[in-house]
Design a protein around this ligand. Structure first.
Ligand SMILES: Nc1ncnc2c1ncn2[C@@H]1O[C@H](COP(=O)(O)OP(=O)(O)OP(=O)(O)O)[C@@H](O)[C@H]1O
Ligand SMILES: [Mg+2]
Length: 588
């Protein structure tokens, strides 16, 4: 399927949901038009039935020729039989188009999530995004399907009825024209309120979704501390709010439906009585058959208008989902890469020029006045207390965060001018928390690379000191690690993450606490491997255990976002500053 995000990202307008919906159906518009045409044909029995009934009643009452009866019955039977093939065609075209629209929308959402900045993803919970891709798109599909099925039926009955009445008993046409404006007034009056109720209900459901997501991730901690009640209370409060919002919405919908029903039936009774009186006193030439026909059309038309009215809440819910999806598709927080210079080669020279970063909403800068020039192939270690800003510097280097002051130059070019996606092809990151996905060890290690020879995979795993435990697993490289690597120990996950970084043969290697979950023996082994692997690459490594970084070319000691000291291990020890203090504390 063609990738839809290009046009979608430009044209998507959540504030005009109807236009957006029409836009989403554009690729299928031919099929939708065919479906509508087929629907009108297949629906013909419904609006022809009163006419045929009238003809047959008049055969009996007015003694018309019996052949009229046979003809009318035959015509009716034929169109009834035609219903099956026509209905299948309709489902094929209309429901098919709706499903394709849903698929396009889901795909566009996933595309957009890949473009949104890491900052956006740290603000918006995964649960909320999941709810949008799953629930909202389903809501749009359902609303479209119901609008199509019921709405077309109502419109077909309505227009067919009006045509027949216009031809047979034109004097009654104005009566019907009263119904439509009356209904329209009702719809307009309630629409705004429905909209705001729909929105608050949706927001509550999204909150619930992120609460439940949070609860499931917290389950091990919750249970370990016997905090089940606390966790459930948190969810209960959100459940209560969803209930309230849902009930308010239901009541409003109920009031809407009931009012519409009463109003329209009252009009229907009035019309029936009126047409009977006209026939009774002979004011117009109305046959008994015509009274029966008019009465049938009254109820048919009333039914259709009621259907259209009750569709309003459903359609409102669907349009609210369109708006909800729009929140993601229109989010301005994109990582802007298009049109920027592609990086074809990286030698690994990195200059930080007075780099500062303050998180949105943060008062103090997390990093400030960071000045450092790194030669290609140099290994830089970042040390410092928790919260000193080490991970922030690494995230600036990856381009997940943008400097709020100063600039970062890669091989002499400001990173702001580079297509970060092309730069990151030369980058490998072992994050503070290893992230694996449901799949085999091989798939996890070669993630994003094609046709990697067995030997290369094994070599990377050997270098990461992971091979010994993998060879002990019954399925070896093809062992499935469970969702998020649930079936591995912390240290095992970390070694796989290191292997994944190494196999990409990066020019710049970033290790954030990459050896924290290893025991001293494995750490020593990984250390040796890393010592070989840092050759010819620019490496940034964060470690709390100072033994790990003793061999770094330079050590940057950070304190509250600033550089306190820079230099090689021996020199920093001699000078007796902050680093010497940290070292003494660790040895103590
Ligand atoms: N997403 C965020 N939003 C707001 N503030 C943040 C965010 N991430 C980090 N901070 C703040 O920035 C400061 C530096 O955090 P950072 O993660 O860089 O520390 P660190 O040196 O890596 O610490 P650690 O050794 O514990 O990993 C901290 O004070 C932290 O509270
Ligand atoms: Mg950190």
């Amino acid at each position: 399927m063609a990738l839809p995000q290009g046009p979608l990202s430009h044209r998507y307008r959540g504030e005009h949901p109807v236009r957006t919906l029409l836009y989403l159906f554009r690729p299928d518009r031919g099929r939708v038009a065919l479906a509508v045409a087929v629907f009108f044909c297949k629906h013909a029995p419904v609006w022809l039935l009163p006419l045929i009934t009238a003809n047959i009643v008049d055969v009996v009452v007015r003694h018309r020729p019996v052949s009229v009866l046979w003809w009318n019955s035959a015509v009716l039977l034929v169109i009834l039989l035609l219903n099956l093939p026509l209905h299948l065609l309709y489902v094929h075209w209309m429901h098919g188009s709706i499903r394709r629209m849903g698929t396009r929308l889901r795909s566009a959402l996933c595309h957009r999530m890949q473009q949104l900045s890491i900052g956006y993803h740290s603000r918006v919970s995964a649960g909320v995004l999941q709810a949008k891709v799953i629930r909202d798109v389903e809501g749009i599909e359902n609303a479209s399907q119901q609008t199509a099925d019921n709405g077309l039926a109502a419109i077909a009955t309505l227009s067919g009825g009006l045509v027949v009445i216009g031809l047979q008993t034109p004097a009654f046409l104005p009566v019907f024209l009263v119904i439509v404006p009356a209904a329209a007034v009702l719809v307009v009056r309630l629409r705004e309120r429905l909209r705001s109720q729909n929105e608050s209900f949706r927001l509550e459901v999204e909150r619930l979704s992120s609460r439940v997501g949070e609860m499931t991730t917290l389950i091990p901690i919750t249970r370990a501390h016997g905090l089940e009640r606390t966790a459930l209370r948190r969810v209960d409060r959100t459940l209560g709010r969803v209930l309230d919002a849902g009930l308010r919405l239901d009541l409003l919908n109920g009031r809407f439906g009931s009012l519409a029903w009463i109003l329209l039936n009252a009009i229907g009774v009035g019309c029936l009585a009126g047409s009977a009186l006209v026939a009774y006193y002979g004011w117009l030439d109305v046959t008994p058959g015509a009274v029966v026909m008019l009465s049938a059309y009254f109820s048919g038309l009333t039914g259709s208008v009621t259907t259209l009215l009750t569709l309003t809440p459903q359609l409102g819910k669907g349009l609210e989902s369109v708006r909800s999806v729009g929140e993601v598709l229109q989010a301005p927080d994109l990582e802007e890469n298009s049109g920027k210079a592609e990086v074809a080669q990286v030698s690994g020279r990195i200059e930080f020029r007075g780099v500062g970063h303050t998180y949105p909403g943060g008062e103090e800068p997390s990093v400030s006045g960071f000045d450092l020039t790194v030669r290609p192939g140099e290994t830089i270690a970042l040390v410092g207390g928790s919260g000193a800003g080490k991970s922030t510097v690494l995230n600036l280097l990856i381009g997940f965060l943008r400097p709020t002051g100063g600039s970062i130059l890669l091989d002499g070019t400001d990173m702001e001018q580079l297509d970060l996606r092309s730069y990151r092809k030369f980058l490998s990151v072992v994050p503070q928390e290893s992230i694996l996905f449901e799949g085999s060890i091989r798939e996890n290690v070669t993630y994003g690379l094609k046709d990697v020879p067995e030997e290369t995979v094994r070599a990377a795993l050997r270098d990461a000191n992971a091979l010994e435990f993998i060879d002990r697993l019954p399925q070896g490289l093809d062992t499935v690690v469970g969702e998020r690597g649930a079936r591995l120990s912390g240290g095992q996950k970390q070694r796989l993450a290191i292997a994944r970084a190494l196999i990409r043969d990066p020019r710049v290697l970033i290790l954030d606490e990459a050896t924290s979950a290893l025991d001293s023996r494995s750490e020593a082994l990984v250390q040796q491997a890393l010592a070989r692997l840092v050759e010819g690459r620019t490496v940034f490594v964060v470690a709390h255990r100072l033994s790990t970084i003793r061999n770094a070319d330079r050590i940057v000691v950070m304190d509250r976002g600033r550089i306190a000291e820079v230099g090689p291990h021996a020199e920093l020890l001699r000078s007796g500053g902050a680093y010497a203090g940290l070292q003494a504390a660790q040895l103590a």
